[in-house]
Design a protein around this ligand. Structure first.
Ligand SMILES: [Zn+2]
Length: 125
């Protein structure tokens, strides 16, 4: 009986260990995929063999998806700046004609005034 019991606990212990590592491995692979890494299977094995250390490695690794989103966002912002430039050229054209417009009420004010003569808003150069 003793031999069987120790064999059983040993087997169960091994199965539990494998299951725990399978869970960690799956979670590591899932996290890697979630972070934008393509080698999900490699990360699964890393989590399976190194357990919590593999999970920590991917947990601390930089999020590729976030980085891609940041790059996309900065590109969009650059495009927005390009779209904004025509209004800037119009503004400089206004200064060429010695016309200054109030930022707040858009009324034409003397070019050398420091504040708007209509609403009193400060004039930004
Ligand atoms: Zn004004």
């Amino acid at each position: 009986m003793d031999i069987i019991t120790s064999f059983m606990t040993g087997t169960i212990g091994l199965i539990v260990l494998i299951v725990v590592h399978l869970v960690i491995g799956s979670f590591t692979g899932w996290l890697a995929g979630n972070k934008g890494y393509e080698s999900t299977i490699t990360w699964f094995f890393a989590g399976f063999f190194f357990g919590i250390f593999g999970l920590l490695t991917i947990g601390l690794a930089s999020n590729l998806k976030y980085e891609k989103q940041l790059i996309n966002l900065s590109e969009k912002l650059e495009k927005l700046n390009i779209n904004d430039s025509p209004s800037e050229t119009r503004k400089s054209k206004d200064t060429k004609n010695d016309i200054t417009r109030c930022v707040k009420c858009r009324k034409i004010i003397p070019p050398d005034s420091l504040s708007c003569t209509y609403c009193g808003a400060p004039v930004v150069a």
